[in-house]
Design a protein around this ligand. Structure first.
Ligand code: ZN
Length: 650
């Protein structure tokens, strides 16, 4: 049998609509077969970790301990002491006193933050702790919870409660504080941790709802929910967070000064879509705008000078010339941003000017290098999110990997804008869980120091998937990319969903393994030149069609298996909240089945279709879901047509 006959035999595995692109892609498939890959090598399956136990000698915090803070303790150090007192009391019933460092030193002290106790029996070297570094150590019977001046003490307290007493802040309203008769910790602790990622932000639900959630999980931005001083404050942007050109260059000037604006590459006429970056007057106005924002926001650390959210950049003669010299529109952008950074440097030595490497500015320039006070925020929007960025099997990810390597050579302040949901279908399963850690490690290996994990920022009105779980895991990974992700996954799911959590994790493992483009049964090319199954769309995008094979592959038997996983989860829910959490997350599976018309949605009878769709709609309403996708047209109709699939209810 020739390879082509073999190929035809294999074609039955592929759904008809994929036939034509498959034929086009044969050459690509064969080249990928030269290096056979299995899903296992590229993905992470969540496995229940062993129970965590202390080994070695221990010591006990007894009621004669006192909590010591500095006479001039900061608001966050004072709050750190109060929180420690509150939670140790909740755990054990023990009431510890808070005293100042002016009281006589005793052996049994828990010392918070910067105090006069330093310099005698121990020291804290703050030079290398940044704003977030944590120091936890025992000195004889003393326990030191300290670190960087800004957030070290408050972070140390939450780390201490988390690490040694099992306290967890899973969501803004789900905190777990275990009970214990005795407060036992290891006798010797000597822990210092300074995160590589200094700016950590994600915009799912809980970060906007609770300062304590953010601090306990070490999110330190002020973009969605300002962190108060008592929680250590956050990193603020002056003015807006993104796409700021529209604010910096007033579009009302278009009438009188059209040359301030782009001669658009798409429209071939002057347009307010983007500014013209080589016009000196544009620069002058942008500097004025930046200085105004900085003077109005004295505590801000970053100011954003970023392109508008469209690709109609300027191709006037001057801009085109610079673009050509630089081999990228990023060169023109960086010359503009560097000039602003130079202008403000003396007056605002602690402020960084943030710009994008996004879409047409993503490719690094040949000549211009960002100034030391410039942030380059590289955006991964073109990537495929069910496959690690550095796996070497996805073209878009390879290109991104090349760009990040080059940018990391050019920039001291490389930030990432990453994406963690399906913006066309907020309710579709988004199978990125098994690559989150690999990607975070990849970012850090490439000198990334700032992360914005954009999610479904309207999840409060459209969470039918795993908003809170994903948020929690992302926060843990941004703080420590090498953290025990399995442990965090299991702990969260057991607390949030109940004792049937394994059903949820089985579902997550299933979607991770059966989405995207490379989770295929590839045999070595000398056995069969065509893979048994391949998804020719080659990876999960953030706009993937809900019923595409990149979102999820499941045949009739798989649907039954997955239904059973959800049943396990429902059966294991012990409280009403846990059951609600399971039912809410199950909506993504029901949404997928309804759109794919499988399982209970497979009926061809119109009345049955209306009935089953109406039941799904009623549950959407029950769980506060009003929106199905990003954008103004994303809201559900009040009276949708239940004869059609839910993706058409908007
Ligand atoms: Zn121009």
């Amino acid at each position: 049998m020739s390879w082509f006959d073999n190929f035809l035999n294999k074609v039955e595995y592929i759904r008809p609509c994929y036939m034509i692109p498959f034929l086009v892609s044969v050459s690509m498939c064969i080249s990928s077969l030269l290096a056979p890959l299995s899903g296992e090598e590229l993905t992470h399956k969540f496995v229940k970790p062993d129970e965590k136990v202390f080994t070695g000698e221990t010591m006990e915090i007894t009621s004669d301990y006192v909590i010591v803070i500095g006479e001039n303790a900061s608001a966050s150090e004072k709050n750190a002491a109060e929180k420690l007192k509150q939670y140790l009391n909740e755990i054990s019933g023990m009431e510890l006193r808070i005293v100042s460092d002016s009281t006589e030193e005793s052996e049994k002290e828990i010392i918070i933050g910067k105090t006069l106790r330093e310099g005698t029996s121990y020291t804290i070297d703050r030079a290398n702790l940044g704003d977030d570094g944590v120091v936890i150590k025992t000195v004889g019977e003393k326990i030191v919870l300290s670190g960087a001046e800004q957030r070290g003490a408050i972070y140390a307290v939450y780390t201490f409660l988390e690490e040694y007493f099992g306290c967890r802040w899973f969501t803004h309203d789900l905190t777990v504080i275990p009970k214990a008769e005795k407060l036992i910790i290891p006798e010797v602790i000597d822990y210092t941790y300074v995160p590589s990622i200094i700016f950590r932000e994600t915009d799912w639900i809980s970060p906007a709802m609770s300062n304590e959630y953010k601090v306990a999980n070490k999110l330190n931005d002020n973009v969605y929910g300002v962190i108060s001083e008592e929680y250590g404050s956050g990193i603020s942007y002056a003015g807006s967070f993104c796409h700021t050109m529209a604010y910096l260059i007033d579009t009302n000037l278009f009438e009188t000064e059209p040359e301030l604006f782009a001669y658009g590459v798409k429209t071939r006429t002057r347009t307010i879509d983007q500014p013209c970056l080589t016009n000196p007057r544009t620069l002058e106005l942008a500097i004025q705008g930046v200085r105004k924002w900085l003077s109005e926001n004295p505590g801000a650390k970053i100011v954003s000078v970023t392109q508008n959210d469209n690709q109609n950049y300027c191709v006037c003669e001057n801009c085109k010339k610079v673009d050509k010299e630089e081999g990228s529109q990023a060169g023109t952008m960086l010359r503009f941003v560097n000039a602003i950074a130079d202008d403000i440097k003396e007056d605002y030595p602690d402020v960084l000017v943030d710009t994008f490497a996004y879409q047409y500015t993503r490719k690094p320039p040949k000549i211009t290098v960002p100034r030391d006070n410039v942030i380059v925020r590289l955006c991964s929007i073109e990537c495929k999110f069910s496959t690690p960025l550095d796996s070497g099997v996805i073209k878009e990810n390879d290109e991104f990997a090349k760009d990040i390597k080059k940018w990391s050579e050019l920039s001291n302040n490389l930030f990432i804008w990453d994406y963690t949901t399906n913006y066309s279908h907020y309710l579709a399963p988004f199978a990125d869980f098994d690559v989150l850690q690999a990607n975070m490690q990849f970012f850090v290996e490439n000198n990334v120091i700032g992360m914005y994990e954009e999610g479904n920022y309207t999840a409060a009105e459209s969470d039918g998937e795993f908003a809170e779980l994903r948020c929690y895991l992302l926060a843990k990974l941004m703080w420590d990319p090498s953290c025990d992700i399995d442990r965090h996954m299991y702990e969260f799911c057991e607390a949030y969903y109940g004792s049937g959590a394994q059903g949820i994790i089985d579902f997550i493992n299933y979607i991770d393994e059966n989405s995207g483009g490379i989770s295929v049964d590839l045999e070595p090319w000398w056995i069969t030149p065509i893979p048994n199954r391949i998804d020719i769309r080659n990876g999960l995008t953030i706009y993937a069609p809900v019923t595409s094979q990149t979102t999820l592959r499941a045949d009739k038997d798989d649907v039954k298996k997955i239904d059973a996983m959800w049943q396990t989860a429902k059966d294991g829910a012990k409280t009403e909240e846990q059951l609600d959490n399971v039912l809410r997350s199950e909506l993504c599976w029901r949404y997928w089945k309804a759109c794919a018309r499988v399982g209970e949605f497979a009926t061809k009878d119109t009345d049955s279709t209306i009935e089953i769709n109406k039941a799904l709609y009623d549950d959407f309403v029950k769980f506060g879901i009003r929106r199905l996708c990003e954008g103004e047209g994303g809201y559900m109709k009040e009276t949708p047509d239940f004869t059609v699939s839910p993706n058409r209810w908007k």
